[in-house]
Write a protein that binds this ligand. Structure first.
Ligand SMILES: [Cu+2]
Length: 108
C-alpha cells in the first residue's frame, strides 16, 4: 500500500508540474506599438471617422484615435503585421486625407 501511495504522490506532482508548464506557455497578449501620424485636411468628426475606418482596415491595427483638432491620428498596431508607413499609405488612399509618418524624435 505504501508503494501505491508513493506512486499517487508522484503522479500528483507530475500533473501539477505539467499544468504549470502549460500555463507558462500560454501566449501572452501580442505586443503592440503606438505611432502618431500627421493627417492633413480633417475638419470634423466625420473626417475623423473616415480616417479611423481607413486605418482599421489595415491588418494588424488594433486601435485608432483620430483628431481633426490636432490634425493627427494615434494608431496602435502589431509591429509583426504592419508599420506606420504602410498604415499612413492606406489612410491616404482610402480616406482621401493625406497621412504622413512623423519622424521619431520629432516633437509636434
Ligand atoms: Cu469632416
Amino acid at each position: 500500500m505504501k508503494t501505491v501511495a508513493a506512486v499517487a504522490v508522484i503522479v500528483v506532482m507530475f500533473v501539477a508540474t505539467f499544468v504549470r508548464i502549460a500555463e507558462s506557455q500560454t501566449p501572452a497578449k501580442p505586443a503592440t506599438e503606438t505611432c502618431t501620424l500627421k493627417v492633413s485636411g480633417m475638419t470634423c468628426g466625420g473626417c475623423e471617422a473616415a480616417v479611423r475606418m481607413a486605418a482599421r482596415s489595415v491588418d494588424g491595427v488594433t486601435d485608432v484615435k483620430a483628431s481633426y483638432a490636432k490634425g493627427n491620428a494615434e494608431v496602435t498596431f502589431d509591429p509583426s503585421k504592419t508599420n506606420p508607413a504602410a498604415i499612413a499609405k492606406v489612410i491616404t488612399e482610402k480616406s482621401g486625407f493625406k497621412a504622413e509618418t512623423i519622424q521619431p524624435g520629432t516633437k509636434k
